[in-house]
Design a protein around this ligand. Structure first.
Ligand code: SF4
Ligand code: SF4
Length: 427
């Protein structure tokens, strides 16, 4: 997932298993890399189901987890070799880091309960479900012993118009850097699935892959796995910044765990100061209802009027808290081709994007994360940005074009924008 509530999980419940492998006990005794007969590999007995974010590649009976003779016979040396190989395979698949956490997050649920009680989750009602399971992966997927955390970088670096330039030109649309390329759900899931398949070929492991598809305390797990620390903006970051996605594999083998990373925010509060809406109401505490990322992506209704001027030209997501973070000076440029900028979205004029009809919206955003908000919210967001843009004739003409749009949501935002420009063509 893109991390944190700024880009809240796209979790709508639990996914069904996609692929199941029969037990492969013999392979476990072989060291990875040793030649292995095809017949020793897990045999595919289930067919993939579409439309969910998880797979199971199993090699043992879930119910016999604690008594499984093969897993209990695995030596520490076997497990250490497997962990080393998982990192190696992960690197081959484009993951910047692979780390391992145990499957327990004591006390992690308490902060969520306080956050929910304060209503900071806004319309993300799915966050209220499965709160107990979030802190206990083994309660979510019985038999889980470890969580393999995977990091994949998305920062476009010099391949995109610099964020400051895009934000500084009110006629251009600003789209969060993570959303300029292909949909990370698909990219991450496909590669995590390959990694899980490789694990299942090497060991009798039952794996389940998640990319925003389950209620998981992803940042807490990643911190416990030594992947970084939770910053005051609530996202995970490391010494080379926070511009990365996270995915995870639940596994029922007791792999050796990594050491948790202590926090390195110190006395810095740059993210709190940079947030346009003061959505970071205290260090490590975000009120999603004020967050531009939440409002532009998750929130289905009208944008609260007092917050509209604070959107500037941001039409999908917001990066300000990350752009302000000193650790992001060291962020590496992504080498994942799938995350390369598509359709010139790093420098697109607002008026051009506002002119897309629904068919063009669907065509241009196919395979990308933006598609999930739909054409109506797309126009709503751009109308707000046009209301904040310089009052040029083409801006006003674009807004007038949409002033009679069939959607009351779009109409209302277009009229608001026109009023903001002091025109009389409003309701
Ligand atoms: S800067 Fe503020 S509004 Fe923007 S993503 Fe961060 S918390 Fe949300
Ligand atoms: S901007 Fe400063 S306080 Fe915020 S996450 Fe980065 S280091 Fe931590």
């Amino acid at each position: 997932m893109t991390q944190g509530t700024q880009s809240a999980p796209d979790e709508r419940g639990f996914a069904a298993p996609q692929i199941t492998f029969e037990p492969n006990f013999q392979a476990w005794r072989k060291r990875p890399g040793e030649p292995r007969a095809q017949s020793q590999r897990g045999r595919l007995i289930g067919k993939p189901h579409a439309g969910n974010g998880a797979i199971i590649i199993g090699a043992m009976n879930e119910s016999d987890h604690t008594n499984n003779p093969v897993n209990s016979a695995a030596s520490d040396a076997d497990l250490a070799v497997l962990a080393r190989d998982i990192r190696h395979w992960g690197a081959e698949l484009g993951f910047t880091a692979i780390t391992i956490a145990d499957a327990d997050l004591p006390g992690a649920g308490e902060g969520l309960r306080r956050w929910l009680a304060a209503g900071c989750h806004g319309d993300m009602h799915y966050m209220t479900r499965h709160t107990a399971e979030r802190a206990r992966p083994a309660a979510l997927i019985p038999g889980t012993r470890r969580v393999i955390m995977a990091r994949m970088d998305y920062w476009p670096g010099t391949s995109a118009l610099p964020a400051a330039e895009a934000l500084g030109d009110g006629t251009l649309a600003y789209i969060s850097r993570y959303a300029l390329g292909r949909d990370y759900h698909k990219v991450l899931r496909a590669r995590l699935q390959k990694l899980a398949e490789r694990i299942a070929q090497a060991a009798p492991a039952r794996c389940r892959v998640f990319t925003d598809s389950a209620p998981v305390f992803e940042v807490a797990l990643a911190q416990r796995a030594g992947l970084g620390w939770r910053g005051k903006h609530t996202l995970l970051l490391g010494r080379d910044g926070s511009y990365f996605f996270l995915g995870e594999i639940f596994i029922d083998l007791p792999l050796p765990v990594d050491t948790a990373e202590p926090g390195h925010c110190g006395r810095c509060d740059a993210c709190l100061a940079a947030c346009p809406t003061r959505a970071i109401i205290a260090p490590y505490r975000l009120d999603a209802r004020r967050c531009l990322s939440y409002l532009s992506i998750e929130h289905p209704g009208p944008i609260p009027e007092p917050l509209r001027p604070l959107f500037g030209n941001r039409i999908y997501g917001c990066d300000d808290c990350q752009l302000a973070c000193p650790w992001n000076r060291f962020a590496p440029q992504s080498r994942i081709v799938d995350f390369a900028v598509r359709h010139g979205l790093d420098r697109a004029p607002l008026t051009r994007l506002f002119a897309w009809d629904e068919a063009e919206f669907l065509e241009r955003t196919a395979g990308g994360p933006i598609r999930r908000i739909g054409h109506e919210r797309w126009l709503r967001n751009i109308a707000v940005a046009l209301g904040n843009a310089p009052a040029a004739p083409e801006i006003l003409a674009a807004l007038r074009e949409r002033a009679d749009h069939p959607s009351p949501l779009v109409r209302e935002h277009a009229h608001w924008a026109l009023r903001r420009h002091g025109t009389g063509n409003a309701d």
